[in-house]
Design a protein around this ligand. Structure first.
Ligand SMILES: [Zn+2]
Length: 366
């Protein structure tokens, strides 16, 4: 059996120190005896790895990140990742892609990879898992960390100071509530209604993040020439939601809101932090024009042009304002059009983000 726990000692420490139920229980000697017997039985029966045992464990390797962290924090993150099967099921290399902190706590954005790239580094577009961890510095200086979607993360989230995350942000990040189902979300195109962006020549292409499901992506470009009807350089939220992952490089940034990733934003944007919520069509910020390349993404585009690499879970057909983008495995990706009624928009054509057409939504708006 593959055991993903890095250290049995750490696991016991975490249970006893941080679970209110167990912390109370150990004051009762009979319960304590029972706990010791359970641990002893578990160790003898082989599913509880003891320190120093030769049992296989997940090997987690950290790649250079967009920010550097000290060895103690890295060790705590490695231990937390080893306790997060959803993170390590598809990745054994990880990199820190953004940090934010307050009052001795940190929110650490992490990207996971099967392997580093040829240069021993990474690119966000090759990630097959992204997510966050919470880290708290203990009085002695050591770090305690937990990765999203785990019980330990939920417990830390509740204790985290409001200066780190307000109540709404905490609610949006609770395990089980972190991601909303894409299929039931009424997405809008993420730019100014009434204007056009150019549907990139790569059409519906591989989106990365395979550890999160089957992601696909599209590119939408503009030169900002609003007099020609081209969209101004302002990315809008396609659906309401909170940022739950950030990658901030030296030349461009990426975020995940709900399950949707938006790549190639300008790094000077102060909206790009975990917990920041957006209403649908609320401005997120400008995209990075021209050529750039760093961990969080790259682009080769004409001066003054900008684009969003928009990645979403592939549920077979992605719906935006009544338009459908249907994945056809046998077709050339660059031939997949957006279709609404009898109208199609192919890669290499301009797509208009229209104003709300209530006929495409089976609900009544007041
Ligand atoms: Zn792309």
């Amino acid at each position: 059996m593959m055991d993903r726990r890095k250290s049995g000692a750490r696991r016991r420490f975490r249970h006893i120190s941080h679970s209110p139920a167990k912390a109370g229980a150990i004051h009762h000697s009979a319960t304590l005896l029972r706990l010791v017997l359970i641990i002893a039985f578990a160790a003898l029966s082989g599913w509880w790895p003891m320190p120093g045992s030769a049992r296989a464990a997940v090997t987690i390797t950290f790649l250079p990140g967009t920010v550097s962290i000290d060895a103690g924090l890295q060790d705590a993150l490695a231990a937390a990742l080893a306790d997060a099967p959803q993170a390590t099921a598809h990745s054994s290399y990880f990199a820190v892609s953004a940090l934010q902190g307050a009052d001795g706590w940190l929110i650490v954005s992490l990207a996971g990879f099967v392997q580093p790239d040829a240069a021993g580094a990474w690119s966000l577009e090759d990630a097959n898992w992204v997510g966050i961890a919470l880290a708290e510095q203990q009085p002695g200086g050591a770090w305690l960390a937990a990765v999203e979607k785990t019980a330990a993360f939920g417990e830390m989230l509740q204790r985290a100071p409001d200066t780190l995350l307000d109540a709404n942000a905490k609610a949006s990040l609770m395990p089980g509530r972190l991601l909303g189902p894409a299929a039931t979300t009424s997405y809008r195109f993420p730019w100014q209604p009434g204007y056009n962006m150019y549907y990139g020549m790569f059409g519906l292409h591989a989106g990365g993040y395979s550890g999160l499901g089957d992601y696909k992506a599209v590119d939408f470009l503009s030169d900002g020439n609003t007099s020609a009807g081209h969209a101004p350089n302002q990315l809008l939220a396609a659906a309401a939601g909170s940022i739950n992952y950030v990658c901030k490089g030296p030349s461009n940034a990426a975020i995940r809101v709900g399950e949707v990733m938006y790549l190639h934003l300008q790094i000077t944007n102060t909206n790009l932090y975990v917990g920041r919520s957006f209403a649908q069509l609320e401005p997120i910020g400008p995209m990075q024009p021209g050529n750039f390349s760093d961990y969080c993404g790259w682009a080769s585009q004409n001066d003054g042009w900008f684009h969003v690499h928009w990645a979403f879970p592939n549920t077979g057909s992605f719906q935006v304002s009544g338009w459908s983008l249907t994945w056809v495995p046998t077709s050339t990706v660059s031939s997949i059009p957006w279709v609404r009624d009898a109208v199609t928009v192919n890669p290499g054509q301009w797509m208009q983000a229209d104003f709300m057409k209530t006929s495409y939504f089976p609900v009544v708006y007041h």
